[in-house]
Design a protein around this ligand. Structure first.
Ligand code: C2E
Ligand code: MG
Ligand code: MG
Ligand code: MG
Length: 279
């Protein structure tokens, strides 16, 4: 009887699983075509100080599917990460970021950040790819920040640290993204050659309502000051959050309170307007 039930259960789940697999395969195939078809673009979200001056920006990938419209990077990056497709997509991002940095003087845009997935970081020659992109566009390496997540430490800490050190030797900045959501041991923080830590928006979002989140953010801000790291608070949406962060020494913000991610043309207009204000 148990066997019969087991079989019945398999029958019930099979179609749904097959559909899932088919959907992922289809998405992966359209994503492979997307780059050549010009459906992928870069968006930019400024990072500002408390006065709203733009100090840097983060490049974020966008996919406008011909039928389905914008698909969230949370969805399509996960699909790309299942194959070498992620390497292709992020190599394109890296080149695009360096091209933009090459066109804009450091006074207009001091720094630009790009996200690199774990798979890309550990399974390809990321150091050579970054070096080639910088070189192709004559970009000063210190203007490029590579954002990594804590999951890069799970498989091989030694190898991850070595690669990070090689990137540091090139002169690029390294940031730890989504800090606090993953496998974060304070021991590792000390060993990683990091320049910057980004406090995940899930903590910032509930600063005003969740005392635990407030305590965590407060502790992280004290810690980064001791470690001598730069810190960026992600997902700042209101002035109460901003005031809390500023009162505890945070000087660098990324969030909808200031700017949403935007297309390159809008971003360049914004930078030009920002410049006009200073004159
Ligand atoms: P992330 O790297 O942590 O990027 C920040 C995300 O937070 C962006 O979402 C941004 O739109 C969102 N955000 C910023 N400020 C606020 C705010 O005030 N409120 C809210 N609710 N959200 C805010 P987005 O663009 O949808 O990207 C989501 C994630 O997708 C990124 O998180 C990153 O992990 C991933 N992603 C995007 N592009 C790439 C890429 O080229 N490579 C890799 N590996 N991942 C990427
Ligand atoms: Mg990021
Ligand atoms: Mg993040
Ligand atoms: Mg994220």
């Amino acid at each position: 009887q148990a066997k019969a039930r087991g079989r019945a259960r398999i029958c019930c789940y099979e179609p749904a699983m097959q559909e899932q697999v088919a959907w992922r395969l289809e998405m992966e195939q359209s994503l492979r075509r997307a780059l050549a078809a010009g459906e992928l673009t870069m968006y930019f979200q400024p990072q500002v100080n408390g006065c709203g001056e733009i100090l840097a920006a983060e490049a974020l990938m966008r996919w406008r599917h011909p039928e389905q419209g914008f698909i969230s990077p949370e969805v399509f990056i996960a699909i790309a990460e299942e194959s070498d497709l992620i390497v292709e997509l992020e190599t394109w991002m890296l080149d695009g970021c360096c091209a933009l940095l090459g066109r804009l003087p450091a006074a207009a845009l001091p720094k630009l950040s790009v996200n690199i997935s774990v798979r890309h970081f550990v399974q390809s020659d990321i150091v050579a790819t970054v070096a080639a992109a910088l070189e192709a566009h004559g970009v000063e390496p210190g203007r490029l920040t590579v954002e990594l997540t804590e999951s890069i430490l799970i498989d091989s800490l030694e190898e991850a640290v070595e690669r990070m050190q090689a990137l540091k030797r090139l002169g690029v900045r390294l940031a730890l993204d989504d800090f606090g959501t993953g496998f974060s041991s304070l021991m590792y923080l000390k060993r990683l050659p990091l320049d910057e830590l980004k406090i995940d928006r899930s903590f910032v979002g509930e600063l005003d309502s969740d005392p635990n989140d407030a305590a965590i953010v407060e502790t992280v801000l004290v810690m980064v000051q001791h470690l001598g790291l730069a810190v960026v608070a992600e997902g700042v949406e209101n002035t109460a959050q901003l005031a809390f962060l500023e009162a505890r020494g945070c000087r660098h913000f990324q969030g909808f309170l200031f700017h949403r991610p935007m297309a390159e043309a809008d971003f360049r207009r914004l930078l030009a307007a920002d410049d006009a204000c200073l004159q």
